[in-house]
Design a protein around this ligand. Structure first.
Ligand code: ATP
Ligand code: ATP
Ligand code: MG
Ligand code: MG
Length: 877
């Protein structure tokens, strides 16, 4: 089995609209395509010994063990690759389930499709699966060490990609609500799109005030603000010299006191419950060492338990009592043994990767134990508690007990005021009190600190008590009810007319005064300006638009290449437009028939959200049929007033647009409104280009569905021209002296036929064509281009692209000639392979009133030749 290509899809795609994350392996089974697992001695045994978990793979839904039964009975090696790739990821802790194997039209070539959680892990699993199957297929055993290595790599990728616990909680909440997210920079997550996007970094949001964060980081400043608001705080002072220690202790009211660095965190450098000057001097050295400013806080010690109150947007969301790392005696084990036992708890991990964190035995532990009169070897009596850390941080092994429902209402009110005083949307208020169910005033409790970016783990997964969904109120604050999370997305696909329709739709939406971001084959635009030139019809350019904070509406040309190579950039859209499906690009990416191509383009129809609108061409059977698979409201357009699909749809009260006797119409059930006469729509060249009328109808429906008024649509249609500047290469009709030149970028039979309709309507002078076709198209497509040209032109010059896309010089041109001559028409022809020479020759042959149609490889170069100062012009007589 040879691995020919790996594709990583990350959006709705050909295989699945709901499962965006898929790996597609293109496998060459060579001579082994007929080989079945049952014919390989030891295959089934070797496989099940290595991966016994394959037992749970169904194949047929609900049929446990189905896959292994097939292996035993005989199935293809590609099918085995598929299941191993899933199983490896699953063992490494990733939740994947979707997969399938597809045989292409090319003999021996299979596509194996399977889900991933981490793209890199998916690719690694795919490669390992191929290797594993090849080894077993040769009758060898796959070494266990290699499997262990593969799994280790997968686990590592998973661990590296994991989000922090607080971030993870917020991301999951957004997923539940269907809000898209992406990690834009290390740790910074963006939710939603365009001007509605929001961002977080851990538990700070784009609403979190930098002033609030700075104030919270300044313990003295915070205490002053709280004290001035009448919120109880530990009385204290700041010193910068050890000599000031004794007077400071006096000033705060004597022992017991606390010493801590002015600008510390995570409990570093803090000593609590100091009773003597000697203790205080030791504590001073600890604290000053941890302070960047070299300043130390001396404050009164308040007896009690540590509590963390989480305030989000002015509301108390959760309260946890935090207990420092400790062990409880059982009458037999020593303290050291008890710690080891506690650390064996599977809930305890390293850092923040689990509910709790392992207790690390360090100097603090030793000193705090001796403070309590213990040694590591002390055997505690049953129920006797020994503390191992000074502070209750989860990250040093502390535990958290939820007590949200028990807190006294007066304390709720105090916490809300404390968060507001500091100016934080999300704040963790640290309170020390003997009893949180009583007002702080009654217990001599105090607020010791206000934290910005408080951790969520202790509330989200407390070690005791009710777990609280603290992420929900954060997301409520980011996206209040009624506020959208993303800009409207209009996605446009089809074989021909995408760019024109995209530009026109963008132009219509702009009439609303909105900032429109759009992508096309010519480039990516925001508002009136080009962001990036290039063939930008894939997910990368779409993402640029969707991530732009200024964009209010996105209009995205969504071509087949992007859908096949990566999937769409968005999970759903508001309006999906499918213009037509014709033979073009067949044979590439294993899409070999028009029906398969229709399925590719149908992805756009399928991602229309319920309540959105899918705009479909009623004149194209394959496109019209997409209505069945779309969840959106259907809007049809047709060039024929008597189109039966359009008629039925109108009778049922549907939205539609049509063309009747020179006029463009909008239909909403019984209501009909005239949009404009075709002669008022410059894009249609006075109504002479039917396919441009179709594009105008499609754009009209898309804009109308998005809330653009009919009057704005009219204004937009009147002012949008197929000029060389607004839509270069799309039906640019240019006066050249006494005749006209038409520059059009058609490059497949369907596009040629569309232009041919216009050429037929030209009755003056000669009809001259300069024709060619891209070399990567199929032979029969090139032959057909010649046939179409032969039927409408009086004179044809066949030229060739500079980029021959894999064909030899003159090969594509020869196929076109073959098509042309077999029509048997009176059309004269000659072959001039160089495009510039070909165009110049054609222009020089034009008689007054003639039409010279050029299908150029490079639109810009061709247009230059038409300019008055261009060199293509015939010499003035
Ligand atoms: P963290 O980063 O974990 O918040 P920190 O270095 O900012 O720690 P503080 O929050 O000021 O330090 O103190 C850590 C813990 O020490 C408090 O949660 C509390 O348990 C205890 N503590 C601090 N000051 C006092 C005090 N005056 N009286 C009693 N306990 C105190
Ligand atoms: P590409 O695949 O190159 O991106 P596209 O789908 O974006 O093409 P346009 O650039 O808008 O299409 O138009 C290319 C050519 O296709 C036009 O110049 C015209 O010849 C033809 N064309 C445009 N609209 C239609 C249509 N609705 N039906 C058939 N042909 C069309
Ligand atoms: Mg603190
Ligand atoms: Mg295009």
């Amino acid at each position: 089995v040879e691995l020919l290509r790996i594709l990583t899809l990350a959006g709705p795609n050909y295989w699945s609209v709901e499962r965006p994350n898929l790996i597609v392996l293109r496998l060459d089974l060579e001579a082994k395509s007929e080989l079945k697992t049952a014919d390989i001695p030891g295959f089934h045994g070797g496989l099940t010994r290595l991966l016994p978990g394959l037992e749970s793979h169904h194949c047929i839904p609900g049929h446990w063990g189905g896959f292994l039964e097939e292996v035993q009975a005989g199935t293809s090696l590609a099918h085995v690759v598929e299941h191993i790739a899933l199983e490896l990821q699953y063992i490494a802790g990733m939740n994947v389930g979707f997969s399938r194997t597809h045989w292409t039209a090319t003999a021996g070539i299979a596509l194996v499709v399977f889900e991933y959680e981490q793209a890199e892990a998916g690719r690694v699993a795919g490669r390992a699966a191929v290797h594993l199957v090849n080894t077993l297929a040769q009758g060898q055993d796959y070494p266990l060490e290699e499997l262990i290595q593969d799994l280790g790599e997968l686990r590592q990728i998973r661990a590296e990609a994991a989000l922090g616990p607080s971030t993870e909680a917020i991301v999951r909440e957004c997923e539940v609500r269907g809000i898209p997210w992406q990690e834009r920079a290390q740790g910074m997550i963006q939710f939603g799109y365009g001007c509605y996007q929001r961002r977080i970094q851990a538990t700070q949001t784009n609403f979190t005030s930098i002033l609030g964060v700075e104030l919270a980081g300044d313990k003295e400043g915070t205490k002053r603000m709280l004290a001035e608001a009448g919120i109880p705080i530990p009385h204290g002072t700041v010193i910068r010299r050890e000599q000031d220690l004794a007077p400071a202790i006096q000033a705060v009211g004597g022992y017991p006191v606390v010493l801590k660095p002015l600008d510390g965190n995570h409990g570093r450098g803090i000593t609590l419950d100091i009773h003597t000057l000697v203790q205080a001097q030791v504590a001073y050295d600890l604290a000053v060492a941890e302070s960047r400013a070299g300043r130390v806080i001396v404050e009164r010690f308040h007896r009690g338990h540590d509590h963390r109150i989480l305030v989000v947007n002015g509301q108390v969301i959760a309260v946890a009592q935090r207990v420092p790392a400790h062990v409880t005696g059982d009458g037999t084990l020593t303290i050291a043994e008890l710690v080891a036992q506690v650390n064996r708890d599977p809930q305890r991990g390293e850092g923040h990767d689990n509910v709790l964190t392992k207790i690390i035995w360090d100097e603090t532990t030793e000193s705090i134990l001796s403070h309590q009169g213990y040694q590591p070897g002390t055997v505690l009596r049953r129920g006797e508690v020994a503390y191992l850390k000074r502070t209750a941080n989860l990250s040093t092994g502390g535990t958290a007990v939820d007590c949200t429902d028990a807190m006294h209402p007066e304390n709720v009110w105090l916490a809300v005021r404390a968060a507001a005083a500091v100016g934080l949307d999300i704040a963790g208020i640290d309170v020390v009190t003997t009893d949180i169910t009583q007002p702080l005033r009654a217990t001599d409790g105090v607020v010791v600190e206000v934290n910005a970016a408080p951790g969520f783990r202790m509330h989200y997964r407390p070690s005791q008590g009710l777990a609280r969904n603290v992420a929900a109120p954060v997301v409520d604050g980011l996206f209040p009810t009624g506020v959208p999370h993303r800009v409207p997305i209009i996605a446009i696909t089809g074989t021909n007319g995408k760019t024109t329709t995209t530009r026109l739709t963008a132009h219509l939406v702009k009439q609303m005064g909105k900032v429109v971001g759009f992508t096309t084959t010519d480039g990516t635009y925001v508002g009136d300006y080009l962001v990036e030139p290039g063939d930008n019809t894939g997910p990368q350019s779409a993402r640029l638009i969707l991530n732009d904070p200024l964009v209010q509406v996105a209009v995205l040309e969504s071509a087949r290449g992007g859908i096949l190579r990566s999937g769409l950039a968005f999970a759903e859209c508001d309006v999906g437009v499918v213009l037509n499906v014709a033979a073009d690009h067949l044979g590439s990416y294993d899409i070999d028939t028009i029906d398969e191509m229709a399925k590719v383009k149908g992805v756009v129809a399928e991602v229309v959200r319920p309540g959105g609108t899918v705009v479909l061409n009623a004149d194209d059977g394959r496109v019209a049929a997409m209505a069945e698979r779309s969840r959106g409201r259907v809007a049809y357009f047709s060039l024929h007033a008597d189109n039966p699909i359009l008629r039925t749809h109108r009778r049922r009260g549907g939205l539609a647009a049509g063309y009747d006797q020179g006029e463009l119409w909008l239909y909403q059930g019984d209501w009909t409104s005239r949009i404009l006469r075709a002669v008022e729509v410059p894009l249609t060249l006075g109504g002479r280009v039917p396919f441009m009328i179709a594009n105008a109808l499609a754009a009209t429906l898309a804009a109308f569905a998005q809330g653009v008024t009919l009057e704005q649509i009219r204004q937009g249609l009147r002012t949008f021209t197929a000029s060389a500047t607004q839509t270069p290469g799309r039906m640019n009709l240019i006066p050249v002296g006494a005749f006209h030149a038409l520059v059009d970028y058609a490059h497949n039979p369907h596009g040629y036929a569309a232009v041919a309709d216009f050429v037929r309507s030209w009755h003056e002078g000669l009809r001259i064509g300069v024709i060619g076709g891209p070399g990567d198209r199929r032979d029969e497509d090139l032959v057909q281009l010649g046939e179409i040209a032969g039927r409408v032109f009086d004179w044809v010059i066949i030229k060739e692209d500079d980029d021959r896309r894999g064909r030899s010089w003159g090969e594509a041109a020869e196929l076109i000639r073959a098509g042309l001559t077999q029509t048997g028409t009176a059309c004269r022809w000659e072959m001039i392979l160089d495009e510039t020479t070909a165009i110049r020759t054609a222009l020089s042959k034009a008689t007054p009133g003639s039409l010279v149609v050029v299908f150029p490889e490079q639109v810009k170069r061709a247009l230059e030749l038409m300019r008055p100062d261009g060199h293509g012009l015939p010499a003035q007589p």
